[in-house]
Design a protein. Sequence first.
Length: 398
Amino acid sequence: MNSILKSIGTLAVVAAVSAATTVGVLRYGQTSGLWSDSFSRHDSLPAAYGRFASLPQAGETDFTNAAELSVNAVVHVKTIYRNQSSSAMRDPLFEFFFGHPGRQREMPAQQASGSGVIISEDGYIVTNNHVIDHAQQIQVVLNDKREYTATLVGTDPTTDIALLKIEESGLPVILMGNSDDLRVGEWVLAVGNPFNLTSTVTAGIVSAKARNINILDADMKIESFIQTDAAVNPGNSGGALVNTRGELVGINTAIASQTGSYSGYSFAVPTSIVQKVVSDIRQYGTVQRAVLGVRMREITSQLQKEKNLSTLQGAYVEDAVEDGAAQRAGIRSGDVIIRIDDMAIKTGTDLQEQIGRHRPGDVVIITLLRNGEQMTVRATLTNREGGTEFIPASDRHP
């Protein structure tokens, strides 16, 4: 208790000092002319502000409806891992307690936990692949404490998404939202079970979109995370990221931390990716990954100067794979892809996400820059083998 009081006291002191400092700065600015009229008044609004001039002032933020709509559809996922038995080394004391050498002894089972999101009334649940990877048994506990054994329907390590199924009907679900509509600065809620604290809701804002943090270890991985500052900790993985309307916009997946606990930023797989992965797993048993067939480089100021590019936006094509979808469409080294269909491409991550939403055989309209001139091509996406057929689940790569 004393330590808690000390912590609270420290925070109070910091708050008091901060408040005093702020007041001092404001007074200094007012009396010294630091913020003179030439800086505080404008004859006309800057163009960026003009677009928002007629909008009403932001009101008080109320998250209660969004929390109520989502908390009952987020589940606690518990996993059991049985370690392989091992041979004991010859040791008289060990033999006295555990038997003769050379005999196998059973190692104790390990347990772990995470979160999941109910997406259908008949028991389909989305979670992270790393939450259930290699688990021998998966238990799902609902918010009302009902418990079920779950079946693993399928996984996609390239996006860290897995689909589970429990046998039940009439379950609460979260409405699937459109992560494309999210804007940086928008409020979101993270709902999950951190540290086995069931049904925990935290709030933050969208800090960035299409963030690649190189955390997934899989061929053809797709990382285009929503970055937020909502508090997410171990156990939140697989839980819901929802907007203030209570709609699912992402699956919480990772945190940026030096300690393993929340340090300011968390990352979620957007529903634009989740929906496609789940749909493929339900229909085909595996994800039907479309391939454009290009090797990309991020455009930096240095690359722009080196290649004499007319823009810093887009995905620079380092090379087009021989006889791949891009090469067949006429895309070549040095092109800058700036749009897929009606979606702007600002980075290579954007390109990965947009192609990742498609299946082999889909035709996309690609807008690109070549020697500063804009042009459009049509590309028929392929599977990883170069064809346009769907690949059966039994043929998928590990």
